[in-house]
Design a protein around this ligand. Structure first.
Ligand SMILES: Cc1ncc(COP(=O)(O)O)c(C=O)c1O
Length: 484
């Protein structure tokens, strides 16, 4: 049934009585309406009352092609429904999963040639951790099997090495980073407020500093900052015991905390440390993949050379529930012998309709020149947002491509941030509602220091940039006054 034929009051009642919203204080709906979005076009959404919003968050950093391709993508889904509505990737293949795997492998940098499908970002992160854990066991037993076939002289030595060998299972991630909500992915998160209600979590994750430069000593050079971060990462590896760490998992540009870009030399150094201690480097590209930074993958933008990439959101521009782990030939290698297999699977992983939608999304992205569009417009986007730096409450503008955050500060000179109580008043007491009322969807977030995250569909142009900056300017000017 088309939503327009439904009574808005009936929808409101049913939403309040039956729907459980994610990460939402449901008590608020005793006095307020549930925001109900009924339609999308380009970068715009419309709610059940007919009010329009500019979606400067692209859904959840994810509707990369915008909202206007439902007809075309729906046709691809319909054709797939007719041909084969479902079949599994457990022991079987089907054409759309094969084609999508080949397409993703061709877009991914280097020899990231192997694609394992799942249903979203959390599952991708969960799967990457499981893969990293099993990779060392699979590789270890391969090494020992082939070595045991050697002359008997080394037999006892190898058996002893096998008996004494520890499983590698630990992960290193970064403070304030968000990586999903399933227990494994949640454990990798560096946001205490999300972790605490569910502890004890999956062992064992250590968090190191993210690349937030704004709150480092102002006299520190970029080179010194990189050195500090890499030294700290190495210390964490050594403290955990390098032989027990299976994965370093980080986003090319970290979202939570506000679009932290890496300092010069950072990724080169992280890669070197992972090589030195034989640890898999996993790039969480759930947001940065598929164009957000002006490249198919952020790993290409920063020459990260990861062993694993986790992907979801932009893979289908969120027209489908699909994610993926992309692995290098080296990671795949121990799983290609004898009885070895990755002991992991999900019913909907590689769902043919989801794959057909993702394939169509990539076709549209290529045809419409989405990556080129982001590259051609990213400077103009930054310039437009930079006007907001004139406001007393705006301390920093960070990001790249179509992925930005502005940090809100109490005192611009000292970079002093707001207290928890002030954040509550500023973000939830004023900004979130004021932006929404003014017709702009973006996220006021205080998982780290308070920021506004701006991440529009990748089809946005100067008109949308101006509207974003205009509404933000008015609302933030008012916020400055209120917080004085
Ligand atoms: C970097 C990153 N990883 C993982 C996830 C989890 O993805 P999902 O919500 O699809 O499970 C997210 C979601 O926002 C994310 O931003």
């Amino acid at each position: 049934m088309a939503t327009t034929t439904l009574d808005v009051g009936v929808l409101q009642r049913a939403a309040k009585d039956h729907l459980w919203l994610h990460f939402t204080r449901m008590a608020g709906f005793e006095t307020q309406d549930v925001p109900i979005i009924v339609r999308g076009e380009g970068c715009y959404l419309e709610d059940a009352n007919g009010k329009r919003y500019l979606d400067a968050l692209a859904g959840l950093f994810s509707v990369n092609i915008g909202y206007s391709f439902g007809e075309e993508i729906g046709q691809a889904a319909l054709e797939q429904m007719r041909e084969l509505p479902f079949y599994t990737n457990w022991s079987y293949a089907h054409p759309r999963a094969i084609e999508l795997a080949a397409e993703v492998a061709s877009l991914a940098p280097g020899d990231l040639n192997r694609v394992f499908f799942c249903s979203g970002g959390s599952e991708a992160v969960e799967s990457a951790w499981k893969l990293a854990r099993q990779y060392y066991r699979a590789r270890g037993s391969r090494t020992i099997e082939s070595a045991l076939a050697e002359p008997e002289t080394r037999h006892d030595e190898l058996r002893a090495a096998l008996a004494g060998s520890q499983p590698r299972y630990k992960v290193i991630a970064r403070h304030i980073a968000y990586h999903g909500t399933t227990l494994g992915a949640l454990s990798i998160n560096g946001i205490p407020a999300l972790r605490t209600p569910f502890e004890p979590l999956v062992p064992e994750v250590r968090h190191v500093s993210n690349t937030n430069r704004y709150h480092r000593p102002p006299e520190e050079t970029e080179e010194e900052f990189t050195r500090f971060l890499l030294d700290e990462l190495e210390q964490a590896i050594l403290a955990l015991g390098p032989e027990t760490v299976c994965m370093v998992h980080m986003e090319p540009v970290q979202n939570a905390g506000g679009a932290f870009t890496p300092p010069e030399g950072y990724w080169r150094g992280v890669r070197e440390l992972c090589d030195r201690y034989d640890i898999l480097l996993s790039a969480d590209e759930v947001i940065t993949g598929f164009g957000r930074l002006g490249y198919w993958f952020g790993s290409e933008r920063y020459d990260i050379r990861p062993d694993l990439i986790t992907s979801a959101k932009g893979l289908s521009s969120s027209y489908a529930a699909i994610g993926a782990v992309i692995a290098t030939d080296r990671v795949m290698e121990p799983f290609l012998h004898d009885t070895s297999m990755f002991s992991h699977g999900i019913t909907f992983g590689g769902h043919p309709v989801m794959c057909a939608i993702a394939l169509k999304n990539i076709e549209i992205m290529k045809r419409e020149g989405i990556i080129e569009h982001v590259r051609a417009n990213e400077d103009a986007f930054r310039r437009t947002l930079a006007q907001l730096l004139d406001l007393p409450i705006v301390g920093d503008l960070r990001g790249t491509g179509y992925f930005y955050a502005i940090e809100l500060v109490k005192d611009k000179d000292t970079r002093e941030t707001f207290s928890d109580e002030e954040c509550e008043k500023l973000l939830r007491g004023y900004l979130s509602n004021a932006l929404y009322d003014a017709g702009l969807i973006c996220r006021a977030d205080d998982r780290g220091d308070p920021v506004i995250q701006i991440s529009p569909p990748l089809v946005a142009g100067q008109a949308e940039f101006d509207e974003i900056a205009g509404i933000l300017g008015d609302v933030l000017a008012e916020a400055s006054m209120r917080m004085r």
